[in-house]
Design a protein around this ligand. Structure first.
Ligand SMILES: Nc1ncnc2c1ncn2[C@@H]1O[C@H](COP(=O)(O)OP(=O)(O)OP(=O)(O)O)[C@@H](O)[C@H]1O
Ligand SMILES: [Mg+2]
Length: 501
């Protein structure tokens, strides 16, 4: 036992931003370390420093007391270091199999049992219930399939030091469980050291031995998870603001006043290909309706259809008037706004934070009034402050933001307009605990006189703010929960069983 890896004084700045400062820590073999901290704390930067993607300004990396020379990911791999990156490291135009084998140097082919590797990785993907033909192009995969391939790719060389940077963001509850099993298996059998990053603190506690807490690029402390409470770790992450960020607790809202007159939005027999089947629902003024169920049960397709992103059959009416929505432009015109948690496609990386935040606002106003750059700026500044977006100024390109901060910029888009209907498609993955709370508050505020449909892959996010929850299963709504029944265990059970019972 004892120290296997040592990171010593690692430091990295980007211009004036100190992303990682004087980070020192030892890592033992056969252990899982949760690496936690708010958006922009420096977690991904630390991963990139150790895997040779970025060169540290200072500091060194040692293995069994010997300093390593890491100038590229290839060097890192030779020392047994690999990572599944938050922003993925896959080549979109190559098939899955080529991506998996990308890092295996041809010269070594003779010494490596490729068949066995592929077999093991295929077995892993199989466990996660992902049956991707290995010759399919990565660009054709869904975000959750890409996530699985990214993880599989990091596992293929059987690393001794493995970084998993927010690997669960795009995974379903069941897939997460399988990933945890695999992590524990390689920790025990191969004595792998794993550094696991997640914004879901329960997950970190569930699978890690210790938690490494980062704040503003600096190590706060390392905690033995058997000995501390989640509150203590959260406190270390968010600093002096801890009190407000206790775990969410469901506070039943005063029952929504009997919806007077017509619902804001009414959907009848909506179907989308074979993904959504005959779904009907009404949402009243001021109502927040949660959509739950396992990932991929048609929730996203349902919301995307209402926003005009997917063709649908069935009827939609707004405040009693039938409307036909063929495009997001139609939807916006009718006062419907959609935001999703898949930043992978939605953010314009080279455009500024301000431009990204104002995108919907401008489309929206463009339909009614001319765009005001002053207003644009005001909104950007307001949202940067409200959501605590770590950046220098609103005109900085989104490219330089951490993953979670990009996500916040993307969400801010939908929250700066004042729609009739707000559609939220699993918006909070990758967002830190502090911003999550803030966004939930904004949604609650916004809900005042509008209808909100809120899908989340994490029931805990829904419970503090929804009036009721509809569970999707295989494209249909199979159950409704409200009042006393709004409990995580009951909703989870219905989601898995999938029966109306
Ligand atoms: N290439 C870059 N250029 C400029 N700034 C950068 C760059 N990469 C990261 N940063 C900045 O460094 C800081 C740390 O970013 P990092 O991605 O490590 O955060 P993180 O802890 O992974 O956050 P998240 O939880 O949002 O993924 C942030 O302020 C970020 O904006
Ligand atoms: Mg990150």
């Amino acid at each position: 036992m004892g120290e296997m890896w040592r990171l010593e004084g690692l430091t990295k700045s980007f211009g004036p931003i100190k992303a990682v400062e004087d980070f020192t820590c030892s890592l033992e073999e056969g252990r899982i370390y949760g690496l936690v901290g708010g958006n922009g704390a420096g977690k991904s930067t630390l991963v990139r420093l150790v895997t040779g993607v970025l060169k540290p300004d200072r500091g060194r990396i040692l293995k069994e007391g010997k300093e390593l020379v890491i100038r590229s990911p290839k060097d890192a791999r030779r020392y047994g270091i690999a990572a599944a990156y938050q922003e993925f490291s896959l080549v979109p135009d190559l098939p899955v199999i080529n991506n998996l084998l990308l890092n295996i140097e041809p010269t070594k082919l003779g010494f490596i049992d490729i068949d066995r590797m592929i077999y093991k990785v295929a077995e892993f993907m199989d466990k996660l219930g992902v049956n991707i033909p290995l010759d399919k192009l990565v660009r054709e995969l869904s975000p959750s399939e890409k996530q699985v391939v990214e993880i599989a790719k990091s596992l293929i060389l059987e690393p001794q030091l493995l970084f998993l940077d927010e690997p669960t963001n795009y995974l379903s509850e069941e897939q997460r469980e399988e990933l945890f099993k695999t992590m524990i298996e390689i920790k025990n059998n191969a004595r792998t050291t794993i550094v696991f990053i997640s914004h879901r603190i329960e997950e970190v506690f569930r699978v890690s031995d210790q938690a490494i807490v980062l704040r503003n690029g600096r190590l706060v402390d390392i905690y033995d998870l058997g000995k501390v409470s989640m509150d203590e770790v959260v406190k270390a992450m968010v600093g002096e603001l801890a009190e407000e960020f206790r775990g969410y607790k469901y506070v039943p809202k005063a029952a929504v006043e009997a919806v007077s007159g017509k619902p804001v939005i009414s959907v009848r027999n909506l179907s989308v290909n074979d993904k959504v089947k005959d779904v009907s629902l009404d949402v009243g003024r001021g109502e927040i309706v949660g959509l739950a169920g396992l990932l991929g049960q048609g929730q996203s397709e349902f919301l995307r259809a209402i926003y005009g992103l997917l063709p649908y059959e069935g009827a939609i009416s707004l405040e009693g008037r039938d409307v036909k929505i063929n495009s997001p432009r139609d939807a916006l015109k009718h006062g419907i706004v959609y935001v999703s948690g898949d930043t992978l496609e939605g953010v314009f990386l080279l455009r500024s934070i301000r431009e990204n935040i104002s995108l919907i606002l401008n489309l929206w106003r463009g339909l009614h009034k001319p765009v005001l750059s002053k207003l644009e700026k005001e909104h950007a500044v307001k949202m940067i402050k409200k959501l605590n977006i770590a950046c220098r100024d609103p005109d900085q390109p989104v490219l330089y933001l951490s993953g979670g901060n990009r996500q916040k910029v993307y969400l801010a888009r939908g929250l700066t307009v004042n729609p009739k209907v707000l559609l939220l498609d699993d918006p909070l993955k990758g967002v830190d605990i502090r911003a999550k709370k803030e966004i939930l508050n904004i949604v609650k505020e916004l809900a005042g006189d509008k209808a909100v449909l809120f899908f989340s892959s994490d029931i805990k996010e829904l419970l503090p703010i929804v009036d009721r929850v509809l569970v999707f299963f295989e494209g249909r709504i199979i159950r409704e929960f409200k009042g006393e029944e709004l409990r995580e265990d009951l909703i989870m059970e219905a989601s898995i069983k999938g029966t109306a019972g």
